[in-house]
Design a protein around this ligand. Structure first.
Ligand SMILES: *Cc1c(COP(=O)(O)O)cnc(C)c1O
Length: 228
């Protein structure tokens, strides 16, 4: 692979993202806590993920179970302490594989899935952190629990199923200012004593941090456009 001289490498872009995260956290973040960067490596081949691993980045996000299974077991042989996040929709028939591979599942969005996850996490005896995905902009084409249903859903997970929900995740509507949506997600989490907030992508992660994100999910700004 040849990088042309005037194009920044993924390693250079990563350094820039770390700096911007730190600056945003300093300016706006509560208590100076630096949010975690989830490097979104969906569609990116292992050979292009390796330089980012070599930089010390250890938290990655994938949106498809099968694609992640093709890449990560091999990468995990060469790099220790990887934390994998599932950030895409999860079918019930893939729950076993997902629990086996992922450390964090950010896309819990329905009762059937929550029950399957609880059963599989218990069977495998593995710690998996669960986030509820919230359809923050009430968009028909997007998955996620509607804002009004988040409290009953989280309580149902906790009391009826036994599944602890540690975080909320959202993808705000494209082409709109993300700030008000992130503020709403923060407010929902606060009311439920939920500490983790996954909000902000390449174009708006600084806004996410400004609104209290603990996790930002950044793909394009690290790996470049996904043209694969
Ligand atoms: C692809 C994806 C991202 C990363 O998007 P970029 O704009 O490339 O940073 C973040 N979150 C989710 C849920 C995604 O599917």
């Amino acid at each position: 692979m040849h990088a042309s001289n005037n194009m920044p490498t993924s390693a250079q872009r990563l350094t820039d993202i770390y700096q911007r995260i730190e600056n945003s956290a300093k300016r706006y973040g509560p208590g100076g806590v630096i949010p975690k960067l989830v490097a979104v490596s969906k569609t990116i081949p292992s050979a292009e993920i390796a330089p980012v691993l070599d930089m010390g980045q250890r938290i990655f996000g994938e949106n498809r179970v099968q694609e992640a299974q093709r890449k990560w077991p091999e990468l995990k042989k060469h790099y220790q302490d990887i934390e994998l996040h599932l950030i895409g929709p999860l079918q019930s028939n893939k729950v076993k594989d997902a629990v086996g591979l992922f450390d964090v599942i950010q896309s819990v969005d329905r009762e059937k899935l929550a029950r399957a996850l609880f059963g599989e996490i218990s069977r495998q005896g593995k710690g998996v952190t669960c986030f509820v995905q919230v359809n923050i902009g009430l968009e028909h084409q997007k998955s996620g629990v509607l804002p009004d249903d988040v409290a009953p859903f989280v309580n149902m997970c906790k009391h009826d199923i036994g599944l602890k929900i540690s975080g909320l995740m959202c993808i705000p509507p494209a082409g709109e200012a993300a700030g008000p949506y992130f503020a709403l997600l923060h407010q929902l989490a606060k009311g439920l004593n939920i500490n983790l907030l996954s909000m902000g992508m390449s174009s708006d992660f600084e806004t996410g941090i400004e609104m209290g994100a603990t996790h930002v999910r950044v793909g394009t700004a690290i790996f470049g456009a996904r043209d694969h």
